[in-house]
Design a protein around this ligand. Structure first.
Ligand SMILES: Cc1ncc(COP(=O)(O)O)c(C=O)c1O
Length: 381
């Protein structure tokens, strides 16, 4: 069955090729409309709005937990996966001289969170190298090698950012459990891409609704295993300090909670789009589309074990002399300005990639146009 692209459900500028859903998502018109209505309600009587907020937040939080198949008693709302990881790192005991373990696929800001936790508590951050094309067994063995009696915690991606790989997180969680080491799963990309993403045996799991489920930005979940619930607190101390989790996370001072209330509308949009059947169709389409882009560039698709369903890496030619993160950002900005393409440029192991995304608003033609335009941009530099 073929699914028709539905760009009319979003308000994306049709003059651009929107090929990087993975970074900041995109909010459908219907959710924008609901969020706008909620904001008008808030501004019509802020006092009444904040009086009624706790019940509405709890209902929204329960709906989002249900979508993930999460136990609602352990599922809190946080603004983003960065906050989720930071909260989890602040909840686990880390003693001076211990180690925080992550892989070289970890998201940059998550690495910084680990570094901050390490500096505050006198612990060391240990990075486990996992080659791009390593299979699951090799990955498991690399993580297992890094565990010893000084390991305080492991932070592991569920779907990595720069390499767009699905990690065998259930196996990593079992490994950590057997070694009696807490594990934090960074599932930033998992909601919407993996059904039932909350990993059995994970001590903490966090994931974004503002990426693949298209919720308004600032909407993410944090699942906390029972044994950690008492000691897991939001980063901002507020009136709910002595409430139980998850209500403890519901209000972190005065803020704009509209995204959390409007997020379930995006889940309805996805449902109407026949997600996840559409997602598997998009996955097939993106595989073919990425091949066309790679062919136009004279490169190939790296052989990533279990690539993310709707994110693919295409290698950039070795002649593209871009090394630093700021140069990658500059190349992405050039692609936007000169060929109208919104792209994620990633790097791993000294290799450079364009990470292509596909969502319901994308058509095969988007990638054909990229294949026509990108080689010229890279040649002209
Ligand atoms: C793997 C991974 N972890 C964490 C994050 C951080 O997400 P956020 O910016 O919503 O905090 C991202 C963002 O792209 C990511 O890809």
């Amino acid at each position: 069955m073929e699914f028709l692209p539905r760009p009319e459900l979003w308000s994306l500028d049709p003059r651009a090729l929107h090929l990087n859903h993975g970074s900041y998502g995109a909010v459908p018109r219907r959710t924008q409309h609901v969020a706008g209505g909620l904001r008008s309600e808030m501004e019509s009587n802020p006092m009444a709005w904040f009086r009624g907020l706790p019940e509405r937040l709890a209902a929204s939080r329960r709906r989002l937990a249900e979508y993930l198949g999460a136990d609602p008693d352990g599922f809190a709302l946080v603004p983003n996966a960065s906050a989720g990881v930071t909260v989890a790192l602040s909840a686990v005991p880390i003693a001076p001289g211990e180690r925080i373990v992550l892989t070289d696929h970890a998201y940059g800001a998550v690495r910084y969170a680990a570094e901050r936790a390490g500096t505050l508590r006198g612990a060391e951050v240990v990075t486990v190298p996992v080659p791009l094309e390593a299979d699951d067994d090799e990955l498991l063995a690399a993580v297992a090698d890094a565990l010893d009696d000084r390991t305080a915690v492991v932070v592991i991606d569920q779907i990595s950012s720069a390499t767009a790989r699905v990690f065998p997180v259930d196996r990593v969680a079992r490994l950590c459990r057997d070694a009696d080491v807490p594990v934090i799963v960074d599932g930033a990309h998992a909601p919407g891409l993996i059904d039932q993403p909350i990993v059995d045996g994970a001590d903490f799991w966090t994931g974004n609704f503002h990426k693949w489920p298209c919720a308004p930005r600032g909407t993410a979940g944090l699942f906390v295993a029972e044994r950690w619930r008492d000691r897991t607190k939001p980063l901002i101390t507020s009136w709910a300090e002595y409430d139980e989790l998850p209500a403890r996370f519901d209000q972190q001072g005065t803020g704009d909670y509209v995204p959390w209330l409007a997020a379930p509308t995006s889940l309805e949009v996805l449902e109407a789009l026949d997600w996840p059947r559409r997602r598997s169709w998009l996955t097939t389409m993106l595989t073919e589309a990425s091949t066309i882009v790679a062919k136009a560039l004279g490169t190939s698709l790296p052989d990533v074990t279990t690539p993310a369903p709707t994110m693919r890496l295409v290698e950039l030619p070795a002649s593209v002399a871009v090394t630093s993160e700021s140069e990658r950002a500059a190349l992405a900005a050039q692609a936007s300005e000169r060929i109208g393409a919104e792209l994620a440029i990633t790097a791993f192991g000294g290799r450079l990639f364009v990470r292509l995304s596909a969502h319901a608003y994308n058509s095969f033609r988007d990638y054909e146009l990229l294949a026509e335009r990108l080689p010229t941009l890279l040649r002209e530099g």
